[in-house]
Design a protein around this ligand. Structure first.
Ligand code: COI
Length: 356
């Protein structure tokens, strides 16, 4: 870990605020950004003095490697405010750790943890008004790193920019989602970058997802690339199946994102004595369970999506509608998570991080 003094951070405040132009009751996910952003450049083999500055367009040369080779990684996190105005993050250490794992896989430099935390805290204190209290409100945080070196030889860049932007958010999915089980396209393969939050993992899903959307499915549940027989993740969220009263979800491997919400659901299930099997989940067992009535629920888990129920799936032309049950695990886990995140319940695992 490089030793850097986080007190060196430079702060340039915005002279005006856009906040009064924003309708917080009609937010579309990821379209509105706060007044400030965090920026830190990697040059001469080290991270330079970071800056919090007004949110603005950046000038980057067209030859920057990010545009040619997709050397880019990102994170998704949220800040919450309780009714006393205290600001909280949820397991931010996990995001810091994961962005560095993603960066390492894409041959990008490690970002110092103390800069990550100091940057977030400085930014959140300046843009605190943008975090609205109340369950269902949050400020979505998007840390990301891009390769800025103006050079188009196919090799890792020598310069990078680490940025954090913030966007007030409500629900990512407003309704239960209909999903298609992947049979042709793949999200990731063994030895690839599926476990990393690499920008290209998401771009590669857009085309097959748009085909699915034309047929009325909002998301694809990706299957393993070699056989398409095992269910892995949904791309914007990890995925859980409830068979009778037991949960099953795919194990982490180098194709699946190590989701923070996913691991929190697994822990909460253990706390509540809900059996949760982390094992390979075959398409056939889910279809059989849907046919014999033992498949009670499917839901996704992710930072943006929180917990999102699935209302139907299709595989090989077979369509299964999933009746939404009242005492669902999806609503149970969602409520538990949101209460911890908003400082409304005990936090026995120490997941809340107060921004002071
Ligand atoms: C998140 O949940 O934060 C994600 O990164 C998913 C994103 C593609 C909206």
């Amino acid at each position: 870990m490089i030793e850097i003094n986080p007190n060196e951070i430079v702060v340039v405040k915005s002279e005006t605020s856009k906040i009064n132009t924003v309708d917080f009751s009609n937010l579309v996910f990821g379209r509105t950004f706060t007044d400030h952003m965090f920026v830190c450049d990697f040059e001469d083999g080290t991270w330079q003095t970071p800056k919090v500055m007004p949110y603005q367009a950046m000038t980057i040369e067209p030859s920057a490697r990010v545009f040619h080779y997709g050397q880019a990684v990102f994170e998704g996190m949220k800040a919450y405010k309780d009714d006393d105005g205290k600001i909280f993050l949820f397991r931010p250490d996990q995001n810091c750790d994961r962005i560095n794992k993603s960066s390492a896989r894409l041959a990008m430099p490690d970002f110092p943890e103390n800069y990550f935390f100091k940057g977030l805290e400085t930014l959140l204190k300046l843009d605190s008004e943008w975090i609205k209290p109340g369950v269902g409100n949050s400020l979505y945080l998007r840390p990301f790193v891009i390769a800025t070196e103006p050079a188009i030889s196919a090799s890792p860049a020598a310069t990078y920019r680490f940025i954090i932007i913030c966007s007030p958010a409500k629900a990512y999915y407003n309704e239960p989602v209909r999903v298609l089980f992947a049979e042709k396209y793949s999200r990731s393969a063994d030895g690839g970058v599926g476990f990393a939050k690499a920008a290209g993992n998401y771009a590669a899903q857009f085309y097959p997802t748009s085909l699915a959307q034309k047929r009325g499915y909002q998301q694809i549940i990706w299957t393993d690339a070699s056989s398409h027989q095992y269910l892995e993740e949904a791309g914007t969220m990890n995925i859980f199946f409830r068979i009778n009263n037991k949960l099953v979800t795919a194990p982490n491997n180098d194709r699946i994102l190590d989701g923070v919400t996913r691991k929190s659901v697994i822990q909460l299930a253990e706390d509540m004595n809900i059996e949760c099997d982390v094992k390979r989940v075959s398409v056939e067992e889910i279809k059989t369970a849907a046919k014999d009535g033992s498949l009670k629920e499917i839901f996704g888990a992710g930072t943006a999506a929180v917990i999102s129920p699935v209302s139907a799936f299709e595989h090989s032309g077979d369509v299964f509608e999933i009746e939404q049950i009242e005492d669902s695990y999806a609503s149970l886990f969602k409520e538990k998570l949101l209460r911890i995140q908003h400082n409304l319940s005990e936090d026995k695992h120490g997941w809340r991080y107060e921004v002071k």
